[in-house]
Design a protein around this ligand. Structure first.
Ligand code: KIV
Ligand code: NA
Length: 265
């Protein structure tokens, strides 16, 4: 199958076709989601929680994300692979954003990058797109700003809706190929989606976005903790693994594994 390109995503918006995006952090998840026809895989800094066991994405470094990006790129034969720019790796200046993004493209093999923030980061987005790097923007609840935003909260309610639309338009004008809208009221996300020519990718942003993204460990039931309201769990892989590990343990303890079929003579 042919590689998904950013222009395909724009064309799907023009045709009114919705598309799914999932996070991936390793080669198996990348191969599996690619096989399932997911056209865009995000190596999210949600790896902070879902791979490294941090409480949030703030401590994640470029060096922690890089090997995950490499693994996902190796596993994804058709999907467009987007690398998240970690907190502190792009905010300082457009030059810093370029240096970080060049690493993800050259060492990591990523096809695009994503960064959090609105109009304030238009210079970064312009610098990156000017250098030939496709950029996905991320507005609404931006986890790297958790402390400034006062925790895990809906963004863009009331008067803040206008600011969100302005930010989305600024990202489009700066050259972004798509905008993630996280935890935004459905009516605001619908308005942004209507005003933008580039696709919106919702997560907790209602049914009217052009695309939807979920963290794979949430949607597949790997995350054993509390799940946000917007997550739908499509499988209980965590319980399947608990069961498999338990049966393996029982059979080893009981001397049933390995048997002759699983031994060499
Ligand atoms: O890091 C991540 O997984 C993300 C998505 C939730 C959009 O940024
Ligand atoms: Na992220």
């Amino acid at each position: 199958p042919k590689r998904t390109r950013v222009h395909h995503l724009r064309e799907m918006k023009d045709r009114g076709e919705r598309w799914p995006m999932l996070t991936a952090y390793d080669v198996y998840s990348a191969e599996i989601f690619d096989e399932a026809g997911i056209p865009v895989l995000l190596v999210g800094d949600s790896a902070g929680n879902n791979v490294y066991g941090y409480d949030n994405t703030i401590p994640v470094t470029v060096d922690e994300l890089m090997p995950l990006v490499k693994a996902v790129v190796r596993g994804a034969k058709s999907a467009l692979v987007v690398a998240d720019l970690p907190f502190g790796s792009y905010q300082v200046s457009p030059e810093q954003a370029l240096t970080t993004a060049f690493r993800f493209m050259k060492e990591g093999g990523a096809h695009a990058v994503k960064l959090e923030g609105g109009a304030r980061y238009a210079p970064q987005v312009e610098a990156l797109t000017g250098a030939g790097i496709p950029v996905m923007a991320h507005l609404g609840f931006t986890p790297q700003s958790e402390h400034a935003l006062g925790g895990f909260r809906i963004q863009g309610r009331g008067d803040h809706g206008e600011k969100l639309i302005e930010d989305a338009l600024a990202m489009q004008a700066a050259g972004a190929f798509g905008v993630v809208l996280e935890m935004v009221p459905a009516d605001v996300a619908k308005r942004v989606t209507g005003e933008l020519a580039i696709p919106t990718i919702g997560i907790g942003a209602g049914p009217d976005c052009d695309a939807q993204v979920l963290v794979w460990s949430d949607m597949a039931g790997m995350n054993r903790g509390r799940k946000p309201r917007f997550v739908r769990q499509y499988a209980d892989v965590g319980s399947i693994l608990v069961d498999a590990a338990r049966r393996f343990g029982d059979e080893v303890r009981g001397g049933e594994y390995p048997d002759a079929d699983h031994s060499y003579s």
